[in-house]
Design a protein around this ligand. Structure first.
Ligand code: AMP
Length: 538
């Protein structure tokens, strides 16, 4: 028997109008590229979104059209999110840190009709435009005076000025596509993940919950994670749904600029990848500065090291909440919530628990499988391929014929364990695990152990070919200590991991390569060091 309830298609424009009705005076605080802070009430953001919706309509944008953005976290980018999805078109956020050829490929693949571009990326787009036949207009997200000349170029602020602040948002089914994000594509071409209004709104509801990101009208939320990386983990939607004050950091993501913004605006919920927090902590350490307004620092994208969890807690009284997810999951899959049981543990024990990527957020189911497809026990020890399902998990990549689902599950490509309380721990990316003499070594655990050694700023472990053991680990470290004692580091590692896990060699380097989403680019390093253990005299 069917339930007898109203069928009402929820849309992203409904979220915007709800935010205005309930929290119209709440603020979006945005740092412009020139460093100036601007403040807009939700009411004003919505008016400007509606003006942009009119403008896009006037430019003949039709439902389903892709509109690309190359932009930082700013109020204009936020307005664009709502305007584009609101009219039934698709906001395609492009990661400007990708190689120019990849950006060109992505825009061609998506067939973007219009691009919205921040001043920082105008040069890049001018270069690419001759090879982007689908792009009819480029809207510079600037004032009129900064807009480049050329017939395809338009000015964001001038366009808005030409249109009224009221708009009748169209109605359409909630399964309609709303946003498009490409995965970072460390192997092969980037692949598009196409979100819908329904998946985005369900994800936002789950993200707001106290046991997920935990947002309410009293939160001041700072997404340092870019709006071009999985829609800033859904915060632009979740924050407005919860009526939170939203602080957008623009292009200045270094430690000093973030510290200033966090302190001035009293941000209490912060989200970003570990590299960003390493920069912030290094700055605060150097200035001997303490920031006490940070309540929750949400870390995802890569594993949060123990040293970071400890430093945020001991120096700043901030709880590091580990979150795990991926582009294909919109991205939120699990969070390590500060439950009363966790907070009651002795500190060191608690930090160890915080290393886990947490438990699934409501809506996501997880299971681990061996290579034969058998489900593995949830004993915190067995590990295998992590598979997930849920209403904001991908079913098919954009413009691909094949399904992304196998027997009801999406294979994340991560290797993880699950325990009896539902806690998940990422052991490694499947392709980064190191197989030594038939046994597995986790590169993440070795990196974590190294990061706990004084002076180590960044650590990376890769598996490379070895004449006797097939593969052995090689560790590369960046240290702030000019007299780094590699033997002492080796002894420190030995106290934390099995002896046969110890890297055969540890190299000190000045720099490590990163992908466009801030992850260590292990593929590049594996290629570079491929012969390191094979050469007769390494
Ligand atoms: P992306 O689609 O670029 O967001 O990358 C997703 C991948 O990042 C996941 O499949 C994981 O391998 C990794 N990842 C995300 N969050 C975490 C985390 N908290 N700890 C370890 N790895 C993570």
């Amino acid at each position: 028997m069917q339930g007898l309830m109203m069928h009402n298609d929820l849309l992203i424009s409904d979220l915007l109008e709800h935010a205005v009705t309930c929290y119209g005076q709440q603020l979006v605080i945005s740092r412009r590229l020139d460093g100036r802070i601007v403040r807009h009430r939700y009411e004003e953001i919505a008016q400007r979104s509606r003006q942009l919706a009119h403008a896009l309509h006037a430019l003949q944008v039709r439902p389903g059209d892709r509109i690309g953005t190359l932009a930082w976290n700013t109020h204009r980018h936020l307005e664009a999110y709502y305007a584009i999805s609101g009219i039934g078109a698709i906001v395609h956020t492009i990661n400007p840190r990708l190689f120019a050829q990849q950006i060109e490929y992505i825009i061609q693949h998506a067939e973007d009709r219009i691009l919205l571009v921040d001043a920082s990326f105008i040069g890049l787009v001018e270069q690419l435009l001759p090879r982007l036949p689908s792009v009819e207009h480029v809207i510079a997200m600037t004032d009129w005076k900064d807009k480049p000349a050329g017939e395809r170029w338009l000015c964001y602020e001038s366009l808005l000025g030409e249109h009224p602040p009221h708009y009748n948002w169209p109605r359409f089914p909630t399964g309609t596509a709303s946003a498009l994000c490409y995965t970072s594509g460390t192997t092969g071409h980037p692949k598009g993940v196409l979100y819908s209004h329904a998946s985005t709104l369900l994800h936002a509801m789950a993200a707001c919950r106290p046991d997920a990101i935990g947002l309410g009208p009293d939160s001041v939320v700072l997404p340092v994670v870019p709006m071009f990386h999985v829609c800033a983990w859904g915060v632009p939607y979740a924050a407005l749904m919860a009526g939170s004050r939203l602080v957008l950091p623009g292009a200045a993501l270094d430690g000093a600029s973030l510290a200033e913004l966090i302190e001035t605006e009293q941000c209490d919920v912060l989200l970003g990848v570990p590299t960003v927090w390493m920069g912030l902590l290094a700055h605060l350490r150097q200035k001997n500065q303490v920031i006490d307004c940070m309540r929750r620092v949400i870390v995802g994208g890569s594993a949060a090291p123990l040293a970071m969890i400890r430093e945020f807690d001991e120096r700043h009284g901030a709880f590091v909440m580990h979150a795990w997810g991926m582009t294909e999951l919109s991205p939120l899959g699990s969070t390590n919530t500060p439950t009363p049981e966790l907070l009651a543990l002795p500190k060191e024990q608690r930090y160890q628990r915080q290393l886990s990527q947490g438990r699934p957020v409501f809506g996501i189911q997880m299971e681990i499988f061996d290579d034969e497809g058998q489900a593995l026990p949830h004993d915190g020890k067995a590990y295998g391929r992590l598979k997930v399902r849920g209403p904001w998990v991908i079913s098919q990549y954009f413009r691909s014929e094949a399904s992304a689902i196998e027997q009801g599950w999406f294979d994340t490509g991560d290797i993880a364990s699950l325990d009896a309380q539902g806690y998940m721990r990422i052991v490694d990316r499947a392709k980064d695990l190191i197989k030594s003499g038939g046994e597995w070594i986790s590169s993440i655990e070795l990196e974590n152990a190294a990061l706990d050694f004084p002076g180590i700023k960044e650590a990376c472990v890769i598996g490379i070919a070895h004449p006797r053991w097939d593969e052995r680990p090689l560790m590369l470290v960046i240290s702030t200590d000019p007299g780094l004692d590699l033997q002492a580091l080796r002894e420190h590692l030995q106290a934390q991991v099995a002896r046969w896990w110890l890297p055969d060699d540890i190299l000190r380097v000045d720099e490590l390569p990163h992908t466009a989403t801030g992850k260590l680019s292990k593929m590049t390093l594996r290629e570079h060091y491929a012969q390191h253990y094979m050469d007769p005299a390494p």
